[in-house]
Design a protein around this ligand. Structure first.
Ligand code: URA
Length: 202
């Protein structure tokens, strides 16, 4: 599973960004300002997968740049990591919107998720991370169909040979203090899980 030193991974990841930016595969391309491919290093041991870009991410073309993103950065710092050490992306690369302009955020629909999935899978194939952290219900359902986030959060799961750690979404933690504490404590488990996975892969 692990091949962070494979030459060409950075190029392969970068090469995916251009077609993602002009992707026409689903209706979300009609309302996007910018597609949001992802950010970070091809040598990431951990890939964080959120639900989909929000308003700020759509404007800037980068994932997790709003308040949820600030909290994600804080949690990364708490375990000694920076954005440049990991890779951050989403299940869908364009912002799902609802209603009339100015459009609110909504969860991605199943057909949008299936249309976008080949991009995520190609990103994972290029990076070959030790661990994927699924941020919230939508990415958890994608990697672990049928799993309930309330049952599996904070406990290491697997999709085939890919280790997946389901976590609450950082946005939920912004308005629920109880969930914020749970998320922070689950997040700290990443350190030990990575350690164990490194030993296993040695
Ligand atoms: N929420 C997400 O799931 N992804 C982002 O990029 C921003 C907010």
């Amino acid at each position: 599973m692990v091949g962070r030193n494979v030459r060409g991974a950075a190029e392969r990841l970068e090469e995916l960004h251009a077609p993602i930016r002009v992707c026409p595969r689903c209706r979300l391309c009609q309302t996007r300002t910018h597609a949001v491919p992802g950010i970070g290093t091809s040598r990431a041991e951990v890939v964080f997968v959120g639900e989909g870009p929000g308003r700020t991410e759509d404007r800037e073309g980068r994932p997790f740049v709003g308040r949820a993103g600030q909290f994600l950065d804080e949690m990364l710092a708490a375990i000694g990591l920076r954005r440049g050490d990991v890779y951050i992306t989403n299940i869908v690369k364009c912002r799902p919107t609802a209603g009339d302009p100015p459009y609110g955020n909504r969860a991605p629909r199943p057909d949008e998720i299936s249309a976008c999935a080949p991009w995520l899978e190609a990103q994972l194939a290029a990076i070959r991370p030790r661990l994927v952290c699924a941020l919230g219900r939508v990415p958890t359902g994608y990697f672990l169909p049928g799993a309930k986030l309330s049952k599996v959060r904070g406990r290491l799961q697997h999709r085939g040979d890919l280790p997946v750690l389901p976590l609450f979404h950082p946005a939920v933690a912004l308005y629920r203090q109880d969930k914020r504490a749970v998320l922070m404590s689950d997040f700290r488990k990443i350190v030990r899980i990575l350690d164990d996975l490194r030993k296993r892969d040695r």
